[in-house]
Structures are given as C-alpha cells and as structure tokens.
Design a binder for this molecule. Structure first.
Ligand SMILES: [Zn+2]
Length: 101
C-alpha cells in the first residue's frame, strides 16, 4: 500500500475534540489529555467519552514517518491520520488568537 498526504480545509476545534495522539507506546486524548490509552482498541476516550475520528503520531518524523503511518493506519483503519506538525501549528495559532482576544 502506498500513501500520499492530502491537504484539506479543516475545523481545528473539531479535530482537537476527536483526536487521539500516539506517543512512544500508548496514546493520549487531545480533548481531555487523558494518557495511557491503548490506541489499537480505543474507539472513544475512557475518561471523557469523546469518539475518536482522527489520529496523529507525536514521535514519528522524517524517515520513520512512513513506518509509523503504516503501523497506525493498519491498526486503526477507521480513523483519519492527521499530521502532528500541522495539528500543533494550527493549535498554536488558535491558542495565540484566544490569548489576545
Ligand atoms: Zn478524553
């Protein structure tokens, strides 16, 4: 299977509410920051109950990215994989905007 990155318009708050972020071993919920979630089984957050629709990977970058995307999307075929760098930069902009408003 080959992968290609597609750019699309998004509502960052909607992504943030339904995002699970994979770390080195387990994952955490972007909505409530609960950590230690087993992402391969998780359909929703055990703490806040939000349904996961998106998944990102914090530790993958550069040459390891393809391997991480392959591993994660094969375990979680129903979730949309989003780029963690893109997510971080949009959340950073949103937080800066909220801070000055
Ligand atoms: Zn949560």
């Amino acid at each position: 299977m080959n992968y290609i990155r597609i750019w699309q318009a998004c509502d960052i708050e909607q992504i943030s509410k339904h995002l699970i972020i994979v770390g080195d071993i387990t994952a955490d919920c972007a909505n409530c920051r609960e950590f230690g979630i087993e992402y391969a089984q998780a359909r929703s957050c055990p703490k806040c109950g939000t349904e996961f629709k998106f998944i990102a990977c914090r530790s993958a970058g550069g040459q390891t990215m393809g391997t991480a995307v392959r591993r994660i999307t094969s375990r979680c075929p129903n979730l949309t994989f989003v780029d963690y760098g893109d997510y971080k930069s949009l959340i950073g902009k949103k937080e800066a905007r909220d801070f000055f408003n």
